[in-house]
Design a protein around this ligand. Structure first.
Ligand code: HEC
Ligand code: HEC
Ligand code: HEC
Ligand code: HEC
Ligand code: HEC
Length: 255
């Protein structure tokens, strides 16, 4: 909180400013609770999709990298859902007669969004935070937070479901102590934290032996480090380039 205010601001002004800065959040929240679809908030429940796309098939068994389909995940706030053109790089040649892939072919041929049989358009959204929460993929992936720490064991999912609650307290648990949670090992010289995120899936695809912590994270656990394995603040800044002090501030996530 402290960074929000200059030391000169007096107590009364502080109280007033605090109320003002939180009021829009609370108002927004009331609105967003009403408009939020229940499907978006349920953890662990697979959503119905126009095509039964399986991450287990495509990631674990076929070995396709997340970035081939989620092209924004390293560069921007949004990971991005692939267009049907991405599917057709393979499915114009393999499984071309599969009835399950009819909506992909139809969308590709007509240039219209992928559709459910009943005419509803687009993929169902699995993960969502309310409008008043700012989130950015690229910074998390760059610092070496694993997709699975936030999304669960994606490479095992037949149909995609929401892996984590995305409650504020859940985000804050890591923001208070990122050094205990970040998946990547910053002392490794051979791979950057970002590359370590994707290396985990490669190891799984090749059936390589995982360390205990890699296994935990692959299963969607947080893999919290023991206190004697945790780096101190100076190492954190040097190795991860973290600015830890700002991570708990309200405006980091509410802007
Ligand atoms: C061959 C393309 C492809 C690959 C590779 C792929 N995905 Fe996906 N992913 C999709 C499609 C299509 C959807 C939308 C349908 C769904 O939710 O299942 C999706 C949805 C998701 C979602 C949920 C999006 C939402 O609505 O909230 C997450 C999370 C996700 N993928 C993570 C991953 C991770 C992590 C990897 C790598 C380990 C990965 N994906 C690899 C195609 C892919
Ligand atoms: C790199 C190639 C590749 C890409 C890209 C790809 N797939 Fe596939 N897909 C396959 C292969 C190979 C199979 C068959 C897997 C098996 O059964 O062993 C398959 C199987 C499927 C099946 C099951 C078909 C059936 O009849 O059982 C569906 C559905 C599917 N893919 C959807 C998609 C969607 C949607 C996308 C785009 C988001 C996509 N795929 C992208 C290679 C790919
Ligand atoms: C620190 C937690 C965190 C990490 C790490 C993370 N995600 Fe997400 N992801 C989220 C949140 C939160 C949302 C919902 C965002 C929103 O509502 O704007 C989301 C949404 C998504 C979506 C759907 C919306 C979009 O941005 O396109 C996809 C796809 C996705 N994530 C893929 C991935 C992949 C692939 C990785 C790893 C390379 C990854 N995520 C890593 C938290 C995370
Ligand atoms: C496992 C740890 C972890 C989890 C879980 C996590 N974060 Fe983060 N977050 C980080 C780290 C590490 C950074 C980068 C800090 C730095 O580099 O200074 C970060 C940075 C951010 C930033 C700053 C982005 C920027 O561009 O300045 C936002 C916003 C953020 N996180 C939102 C969220 C939200 C919202 C959630 C929950 C849905 C969440 N985070 C969950 C570890 C995490
Ligand atoms: C790391 C990101 C993060 C930080 C930092 C953060 N919030 Fe949040 N906040 C969230 C998320 C995510 C939600 C949505 C929770 C949900 O959908 O249930 C939220 C929801 C809220 C809500 C709505 C009610 C609720 O609890 O769900 C209020 C009010 C709020 N935040 C105030 C604050 C204040 C005040 C601060 C500073 C002390 C703060 N937040 C710091 C991520 C954050």
């Amino acid at each position: 909180m402290s960074q929000l205010f200059k030391p000169s601001a007096n107590t009364a002004a502080r109280g007033g400013m605090l109320a003002l800065s939180i009021a829009p959040i609370v108002l927004f929240y009331a609105g967003s609770t009403l408009s939020r679809s229940p499907a978006n908030t349920k953890q662990g429940v697979p959503l119905n999709q126009p095509v039964p796309f399986s991450h287990k098939h495509h990631v674990k068994e076929l070995g396709i990298d997340c970035r081939f389909c989620h092209t924004g995940v390293e560069k921007s706030a949004v990971a991005g859902i692939p267009p049907v053109e991405t599917c057709m790089t393979c499915h114009s040649q393999i499984w071309t007669n599969s009835p399950l892939l009819e909506p992909v072919r139809k969308s590709f041929e007509t240039g219209t969004p992928i559709q459910f049989a009943n005419g509803d358009k687009g993929w169902n959204v699995v993960n969502k935070v309310p409008e008043f929460v700012y989130f950015n993929h690229s910074i998390h992936v760059d610092r070496g937070v694993s997709c699975n720490q936030c999304h669960g064991p994606v490479q095992e999912m037949q149909m995609t479901y929401k892996g984590k609650p995305f409650a504020m307290s859940w985000c804050l648990e890591c923001h208070r102590k990122p050094e205990a949670f970040i998946f990547a090992d910053p002392t490794r010289k051979d791979l950057s934290p970002r590359e370590q995120v994707f290396e985990l899936y490669r190891k799984i695809q090749n059936d390589e032996e995982l360390t205990h912590r890699e296994w935990e994270v692959s299963q969607g656990m947080m893999g919290q480090r023991k206190s004697d394995e945790v780096l101190d603040e100076k190492q954190l800044e040097e190795l991860y380039k973290l600015k830890k002090k700002q991570l708990e501030d309200c405006w980091t996530c509410h802007r």
